[in-house]
Design a protein around this ligand. Structure first.
Ligand SMILES: [Zn+2]
Length: 330
């Protein structure tokens, strides 16, 4: 039984930051902690970093009231063992998370992919309350998704269901993904890959079209970043705006596949690219192009109201009320 005196720990393991929050059974965060994620190649380093952060920052009497821990983590995961396996953006080959936390605190630990946690947070605390079919998509270093269909949180055999960033959006495979696949969505429009796509577009499509654009200067110096692209677009740079439109087209194609496969009522968007830039440069270009690719009835598409805390909210909701099939993994 959940009591109002109970506390829960929510953890967001990202490639860059490790975030930990102490939350109440009512879904209110009492304490939030943030540190750079350990880049040690020791397979226990992240688990020990979590234990140290909790022990060094939370009073013992509060830790003793914690009933469960929820984790949203970068993948790929082996969800049964609570292990991160060969993550793309961390030096460690295998990070053992769950078992050291269970033996340190003696309480249940529920661990899922960060976007799976994200969609659960949206469902319990965000824009998805009361719905039965929703998708959360993050646009940050990579592109990822979490999906709820018919009131059921999708997990997969190892916890890696719906790696939507690796949907093929370009069968000619003009760009190669970090995973080695050709034409995958995140090879074009994830934060880390936008500069490559801008370069590709300048070299193939926009070489001599808009001479006065400042973006050419950054291109010539090999200095394009996604921040520069969006800030030039904000200033009204014509080439930057055309490229923003091309990015919108790719994102529309990717999201259309998500809609055609999962038939959601709502899609919420998050991640640094979405949260740090104005909607007229992120959401509007998607909405302009998406109807051309969609078969199913259009869902509502909005930006998440939970911002960068969405994974923490999901981890908290999982700790308080995990789906029975996650409870069975304990
Ligand atoms: Zn890929």
């Amino acid at each position: 039984m959940v009591s109002i005196k109970d506390y829960y720990i929510a953890i967001d393991i990202g490639a860059t930051y490790l975030r930990i929050a102490l939350g109440s059974s009512k879904g209110v965060f009492k304490v939030k902690l943030k540190e750079r994620t350990s880049r040690s190649n020791n397979e226990y380093a992240i688990a020990y970093q979590i234990i140290d952060l909790i022990r060094n920052n939370l009073p013992r009497e509060l830790i003793d009231k914690v009933k469960a821990i929820g984790i949203g983590s970068i993948g790929p995961l082996d969800i049964k063992r609570g292990v991160i396996v060969n993550p793309c953006n961390l030096p460690v080959r295998k990070a053992i998370i769950k078992e050291p936390l269970v033996s340190e605190f003696g309480i249940p630990v529920y661990m899922v992919n960060d976007c799976v946690a994200g969609v659960y947070g949206e469902w319990v605390y965000g824009a998805g309350r009361g719905l039965r079919n929703l998708v959360y998509v993050t646009f940050s270093t990579g592109i990822g998704g979490g999906v709820i269909v018919d009131g059921h949180l999708l997990i997969g055999k190892d916890g890696n269901a719906h790696e939507i960033g690796h949907i093929t959006v370009d069968y000619e495979g003009r760009l190669t993904c970090g995973c080695g696949g050709l034409g995958h969505w995140e090879a074009y429009t994830s934060g880390i890959n936008i500069p490559r796509y801008v370069k590709y577009l300048i070299e193939t499509k926009y070489k001599r079209v808009i001479v006065e654009s400042k973006l050419y200067k950054y291109y010539a110096e090999n200095a394009i970043t996604s921040e520069i692209l969006y800030s030039l677009a904000r200033e009204g740079d014509r080439l930057a705006l055309r490229i923003i439109d091309e990015i919108g087209k790719i994102n529309a194609a990717g999201l259309a596949s998500v809609i055609n496969v999962y038939d959601p009522e709502l899609i919420t968007l998050g991640g640094s690219i979405i949260l740090k830039n104005p909607p007229n440069l992120t959401l509007t270009p998607i909405l302009k192009h998406i109807k051309a690719y969609v078969l199913n009835r259009m869902p509502k598409i909005t930006i998440t109201p939970l911002g960068e805390d969405i994974v923490l909210y999901g981890a908290l909701a999982l700790a308080i009320n995990p789906p029975s099939y996650l409870r069975d993994l304990q």
